[in-house]
Design a binder for this molecule. Structure first.
Ligand code: NAD
Ligand code: DAU
Length: 340
């Protein structure tokens, strides 16, 4: 492993992974390939901008010509794919881009890897491919029952990966991560959205009864789990990556307000997300047994750090909250919050 293409490396988790890898492995060349959609942001890569083992190439993972050119130019031997459309609410409003990137884009990357003889392909997937679980924990052998267009497109991408491993013998691996939070997360997802809205004393729209459960994983733990799987996973293997910290949405919201010293009167219960999965929960058994990996970060400490990061880095998020963001906000929350 020498020349690694990190697709989607200008997004939230991808950039955390890149910052971590550039520092940890000075002998690897890390080439970020990213379309810079609304969620891609070169500010996320500023801390490593001048690192000698980092390069950036702009492009779409579904654009075969550009993917091939970049892989050939940089003599890529490894692909780690983070590139995706990632927000469930946007997938409900407009699924098209999700199928383009999360299914077709994954196929183009796989096909390029096969044609050019790229040795290693790691794909970053999600616990949402399993659907909802009322009790107990999903394990890797459970059936996939995705419920949102986002989850279905991620499951579709995973099926192509399986096929390329079984049919063509490509050395693939997949990690299925749970709800990730931390610095540099686009402020549409629950944690950064509510933190930045609460800083401005604006209403926090909590879907349904707020009793949905998510398993919360700190972004640095997620990045380290991917590094572990990339280096150690046998061909064709799949690993759950959970934070081992389940919480109801209402309790995450209350914690954010407490950390910001803001009143709970900011909470507004609004019309639920259609098809809203009630609970996600994973077992990390396989990651623990195969590699001795476990999440290292205490949830409350990490959330405190995250809240402080958004307080200290208004330069990063204030400029995002304009233009397209405001149009999306209006579509998603306008009616929900009207008269609330
Ligand atoms: P993000 O939305 O912050 O970033 C996605 C990145 O992909 C952006 O930089 C964007 O520009 C890029 N991108 C989108 N379409 C592209 C295309 N066609 N070609 C090239 N680049 C493209 O996402 P994230 O939250 O960092 O998630 C990264 C990966 O991790 C995704 O595959 C997601 O499904 C998965 N995941 C996310 C979470 C989470 O809680 N955020 C949890 C588990 C798994
Ligand atoms: O589980 C992993 C997944 O986590 C990733 O694959 C996705 O890319 C990521 O977006 C995340 O999906 P969720 O749908 O769980 O995350 P989101 O932040 O959108 O919502 C978290 C919970 O909070 C969910 O139950 C919906 C709820 N919610 C969210 C928003 C944005 C609200 O109640 N109000 C909101 O405004």
């Amino acid at each position: 492993m020498k020349n690694i293409l990190v697709t989607g490396g200008a997004g939230f988790i991808g950039s955390a992974f890149v910052r971590y890898m550039v520092d940890k492995y000075p002998d690897y060349n890390i080439i970020v390939y990213d379309k810079l959609t609304y969620a891609g942001n070169l500010d996320n890569l500023l801390p490593i901008h001048d690192a000698p083992n980092y390069r950036f190439e702009r492009g779409d993972i579904a654009d075969e010509t550009t993917v091939e050119r970049v892989c050939t130019t940089h003599e890529i031997d490894t692909i780690v794919n983070f590139a995706a459309e990632t927000h469930v609410d946007r997938s409900i409003l407009d699924p098209h881009a999700f199928v383009h990137t999360d299914v077709v884009g994954v196929y183009i990357l796989l096909e390029t890897a096969r044609r050019l003889g790229i040795e290693r392909f790691h794909h970053v997937s999600t616990d949402e491919v399993y659907g909802s679980i009322p009790e107990g924990f999903f394990k890797e052998t459970d059936p996939l029952e995705p419920n949102s267009p986002y989850a279905a497109s991620k499951a579709g991408g995973e099926m192509m990966i399986r096929a390329y491993h079984v049919t063509y013998g490509l050395h693939t691996s997949v990690t299925r991560g749970s709800n990730t939070f931390g610095p540099y997360q686009y402020p549409e997802k629950l944690a950064p959205f509510f933190i930045t809205e609460a800083i401005d004393d604006r209403p926090l729209p909590l879907y349904g009864d707020g009793m949905q459960v998510r398993d919360w994983l700190y972004v640095d733990d997620h990045a380290m789990a991917i590094d572990t799987a990339l280096h150690q996973a046998p061909p064709g293997e799949i690993y759950n990556v959970g934070g081992e910290h389940e919480m109801h949405n209402i309790d995450v919201t209350r914690l954010i307000l407490k950390l910001l010293d803001k009143p709970e009167t900011l909470i507004r219960y609004v019309t639920d997300r259609p098809g809203h999965d009630r609970r996600y929960a994973l077992t990390n058994g396989r990651m623990r047994q195969h590699f001795g990996w476990a999440p290292q970060t205490d949830f409350e400490t990490a959330m405190k750090h995250t809240v402080q990061w958004y307080r200290d880095n208004e330069w990063w998020w204030r400029k995002i909250k304009s233009g397209e963001y405001l149009e999306y906000y209006k579509r998603q929350y306008g009616e929900r919050l009207a008269g609330n």
